[in-house]
Design a protein around this ligand. Structure first.
Ligand SMILES: *[C@@H]1O[C@H](CO)[C@@H](O)[C@H](O)[C@H]1NC(C)=O
Ligand SMILES: *[C@@H]1O[C@H](CO)[C@@H](O)[C@H](O)[C@H]1NC(C)=O
Ligand SMILES: *[C@@H]1O[C@H](CO)[C@@H](O)[C@H](O)[C@H]1NC(C)=O
Length: 362
């Protein structure tokens, strides 16, 4: 009974489906490096032909460096070899691949339709300055936009991608709050950096800072949830004196239960940081007021570091900062201004009635 019913059905299906099924199954890869695909031309009659077309996706730059708040273009182009006689429906998907995290979609576009996601919504577009240009333009760059971006081109048959690294020019600094050393869990560290106009540093940023000489014997959170510290001069108590210089890592720690310091990353700022010329020294309340009276705000730690590192702020006067710490920035080391190398010197968090100068930000 059943067999009698099915046989004509299968026969009918077979007539329609056979070419498509064959198309899906056949993929030749010749030794000259070209992929030859059998392509259904989509007119529904299941015609098969070989067109020997290959999709290429390229970027002239493997990494791009930018400044916070600016716009950046991550280059990505595609073309076909040999050139197509008729356009294909090509789709592009840009994703962000922050270290140790799953990729997040940034933008998907096909033809004139596009969609952007999450924190990128309203800040991204495709450049489209020429045929095949799928470069991603990101506006109002944020501190935490750094990382690898993947440009993936999909045309139904092929799927090729490249990645471009986005770096921000900036500076890494170790941070602990006025509550003391090793008091921050991961969320607290994220917040502490944000409060200082900074973001938790990535592994790459800490590595670069270490490469440039940062040596710090207190462990701090990084953006990927690991806890590490940079050592250039190996010694006991800092991983041991017989261990090679490098980043010492405690690996992933419990984000709520474990407490450390933080490594923050600060990048160029729009305004400027200055030492307020005041005839008298100020306690913390007076310092806040003095900046306000000078139409500015007391500077945050990230802003002082950025001004020191990126604009060469050099001042041998200790001043209050917004978090209640007292620091001063030295780019040209000299006697009576701290250690023999450049740096932001810190007095920690003195009692707030003590008198110092103040750094303001405008
Ligand atoms: C990135 O920074 C923005 C503010 O600049 C903040 O709103 C957002 O939550 C941050 N995202 C992450 C993943 O930290
Ligand atoms: C306030 O800032 C201005 C610059 O805009 C400066 O000329 C002036 O001396 C400052 N006031 C004090 C009290 O330092
Ligand atoms: C700073 O000095 C003012 C007086 O000029 C005083 O009212 C204020 O309480 C002092 N603030 C602190 C934190 O000691």
């Amino acid at each position: 009974m059943l067999g009698g019913l099915l046989r004509p059905l299968l026969a009918a299906c077979g007539l329609v489906l056979l070419p498509a099924a064959a198309a899906a199954a056949v993929r030749f890869n010749y030794n000259n490096g070209f992929y030859y695909h059998d392509v259904s031309n989509g007119n529904g009659n299941g015609e098969i032909y070989f067109n020997g077309v290959r999709l290429f996706v390229e970027s002239p730059q493997a990494s791009v460096s930018a400044t916070r708040g600016s716009s950046v273009t991550l280059p990505c182009h595609f073309h076909y070899e040999p050139e197509l006689s008729a356009p294909r429906r090509t789709r592009v998907k840009w994703s962000w691949l922050p270290a140790n995290a799953v990729g997040e979609p940034v933008m998907v576009a096909m033809g004139n339709r596009h969609r952007s996601y999450g924190g990128f919504r309203g800040r991204v577009r495709l450049r489209r300055s020429a045929p095949g240009d799928l470069s991603l333009v990101i506006n109002e760059l944020r501190l935490n936009d750094t990382g690898r971006y993947r440009c993936e081109v999909i045309d139904g048959l092929e799927d090729e991608s490249i990645t471009v690294e986005l770096e921000l020019r900036g500076v890494v600094f170790p941070y602990y709050s006025d509550k003391g050393r090793y008091r921050l869990n991961f969320l607290g560290a994220q917040q502490a950096c944000q409060d200082q106009d900074a973001a938790l540093a990535t592994f790459e940023q800490l590595f670069t800072a270490w490469d440039e000489g940062l040596d710090w014997c207190n462990a701090g959170w990084l953006a990927d949830g690991t806890v590490q510290y940079p050592i250039t001069a190996p010694r006991d108590g800092c991983g041991g004196s017989d261990l090679a210089p490098g980043l010492r890592s405690y690996g992933q720690r419990h984000r709520l239960l474990h407490r450390f310091d933080a490594f923050c990353f600060s990048a160029s700022i729009k305004g400027s940081v200055y030492f307020l010329a005041s005839p008298t020294k100020l306690n913390f309340t007076e310092a806040l007021q003095a900046c306000a009276e000078n139409s500015s705000h007391i500077a945050k730690v990230g802003q002082l570091y950025a001004a020191w590192r990126l604009t060469g702020l050099d001042r041998c006067d200790a001043g209050w900062l917004a978090d209640g710490s007292v620091r001063y920035p030295i780019t040209k080391a000299r006697v009576n201004c701290g250690p023999p190398e450049p740096g932001v010197r810190s007095f920690g968090f003195p009692p707030r009635h003590q008198k110092f100068g103040v750094y303001c930000y405008r």
